[in-house]
Design a protein around this ligand. Structure first.
Ligand SMILES: [Zn+2]
Length: 186
């Protein structure tokens, strides 16, 4: 039931999944309206570290949504930076699948969701609209979903830790032709 307008990359689809969880058998009746709000630019998103803040225009007064995203595991960060250092420089669906197959799915996890509206649910229309707005942003630039998970804040740190742990392997990664590297590593 994924809408074609959102989540056409696997990186963006993770955000659609927050609005449309696979375990949910009946579609939420709020979804078409939430999608329309995102599409019509009613959602103003700002990202501040691991916090997604959004002002959503709907009804008489705008609602403020705050979504806290859990930091990515160090293993996932190392896995992604390792794969990005070879021939692969783009955040493609292929890379997404490879990272997932390696046991470190890059899908974000939410640590907290809040909306200023009176609805007593974490799935109010405003929050759903923000998930779609994030899917749009991530489709435009998948780095956004890594950024909000702290990838760019910690990847250099992790790379250093990784270098300290296995210096020769790390150097080989950057210095060798990737074809040679994979032969050596396997
Ligand atoms: Zn709300």
């Amino acid at each position: 039931m994924t809408s074609n307008d959102f989540g056409y990359l696997m990186w963006g689809r993770d955000w659609v999944r927050f609005a449309e969880p696979l375990r949910q058998t009946r579609p939420d009746p709020q979804l078409p309206r939430a999608r329309r709000m995102a599409r019509d630019g009613k959602v103003q998103v700002t990202i501040d570290g691991g916090i997604v803040r959004a002002v959503v225009e709907h009804g008489r007064k705008p609602s403020v949504v705050t979504i806290e995203v859990a930091p990515m595991s160090r293993e996932a960060i190392v896995e992604i930076s390792r794969r990005l250092s070879g021939v692969q420089l783009a955040l493609t669906d292929e890379l997404y699948r490879a990272i997932t197959d390696a046991g470190h799915p890059p899908a974000p996890a939410l640590a907290g969701v809040d909306c200023s509206c009176p609805a007593d649910t974490s799935r109010c229309i405003h929050v759903l609209a923000v998930y779609y707005a994030m899917a749009q942003r991530v489709d435009d630039d998948p780095r956004v979903t890594l950024d909000v998970q702290g990838y760019f804040r910690t990847s250099s740190e992790s790379a250093e830790a990784f270098t300290a742990a296995t210096p020769r392997r790390w150097i080989a990664l950057n210095a060798l032709n990737p074809a040679d590297y994979f032969v050596v590593a396997e």
